[in-house]
Ligand binder design. Structure first.
Ligand code: FAD
Length: 276
């Protein structure tokens, strides 16, 4: 299968990329191409112009301070996995990156591309929602900061304007009193999640997020209430199914799957806490 004809552009700066996105009719940003190109090959998208951002060095440059880290949007999953960029999450980001697809996918796919694509069964939407990360989006109208929780509004749907470029992802530093656990349930390594749970364990309570259950990552508020005064080792799947069902609207097999993933993430966070 081959894509419909398009014109290829390779800007050398953010300013140039933003000008192209503003001036060109029906243009799309090309980052790692790991989601966009298969869609184009299947003719589900037929953009007239591709604006390849992988030649823009500043989009791969990290910055870190006491508050957290800022990753250029074209930072690849591999760069996070191999810790070629600083980690401010006590290992959660590298762990999440290592679970994405195959190594070949991780060497090309980017953090910004995954967020812009907004597939709730992908790693970054759920992990970045749990961490309360934000993207910086630039257009000819200026720059705006969008929390990931507000960016993702549906399956393949975000609050980005068509001419906006995500230039960076800001991740707050994980507090030293917080431990994390993550569990990806997939049919086999290299596949998208059937369920993807992230647990953040803090002294004032647990925060739970789940991907692959709804169109966007969902915070499990009912489930958080159920586990509030219950140590994770004593919690069973049966304790969680109803609450996870209420949080996600899932039923039957998928509700069971999400409850198991959630419990495994909770237990992983509990183990981390006991090592701290
Ligand atoms: C075999 C295979 C297995 C995979 N398995 C997984 C998996 O297990 N978990 C997972 O999370 N992902 C998985 N992926 C997807 C992969 O992680 C992609 O890299 C990711 O979803 C998209 O990132 P990209 O950089 O390739 O974006 P692209 O494909 O280049 O772009 C995706 C979309 O985002 C837009 N976009 C890209 N960058 C920007 C930007 N900076 N600003 C604005 N818009 C932008 C594009 O215009 C396009 O609409 C898999 C992919 C493949 C091919």
């Amino acid at each position: 299968m081959k894509p419909a004809p398009f014109t290829y552009h390779r800007p050398a700066s953010v300013a140039e990329a933003v000008q192209l996105l503003h001036a060109l009719e029906d243009a799309k940003v090309l980052a790692g191409g790991q989601s966009l190109l298969p869609i184009m090959n299947m003719r589900l998208a037929e953009p007239s112009h591709l604006v390849d951002i992988t030649g823009i060095a500043e989009l791969r440059t990290p910055a870190v301070d006491d508050a957290g880290a800022r990753y250029g949007s074209a930072t690849t999953h591999m760069m996070v996995e191999d810790q070629l960029v600083p980690d401010v999450t006590d290992g959660l980001l590298p762990h999440a990156a290592a679970g994405i697809g195959y190594r070949a996918v991780r060497t090309r796919g980017t953090v910004g591309g995954s967020l812009a694509h907004s597939d709730s069964s992908a790693e970054w939407p759920t992990v970045m929602s749990a961490l309360d990360a934000a993207v910086l989006a630039v257009s000819t109208r200026g720059q705006r900061r969008i929390p990931v929780r507000e960016l993702l509004i549906g399956f393949f749907s975000t609050t980005l304007d068509v001419d906006e470029l995500i230039v960076a992802v800001e991740v707050p530093r994980l507090s030293p009193d917080t431990t994390w656990g993550m569990y990806k349930m997939a049919r086999k390594p290299g596949e998208f999640a059937e369920s993807l749970a992230v647990a953040l364990r803090r002294p004032d309570g647990d925060e739970l997020w789940l991907g692959a259950a709804r169109d966007t990552p969902v915070r499990l508020r009912h489930t958080e209430t159920v586990i509030a005064d219950r140590p994770a080792p004593e919690t069973t799947v049966a304790d969680l199914v109803d609450a996870v069902g209420a949080d996600t609207g899932s039923e039957g097999h998928s509700r069971q799957l999400h409850a198991v993933a959630t419990l495994r993430a909770l237990r992983a966070a509990e183990r981390e806490a006991s090592h701290a």
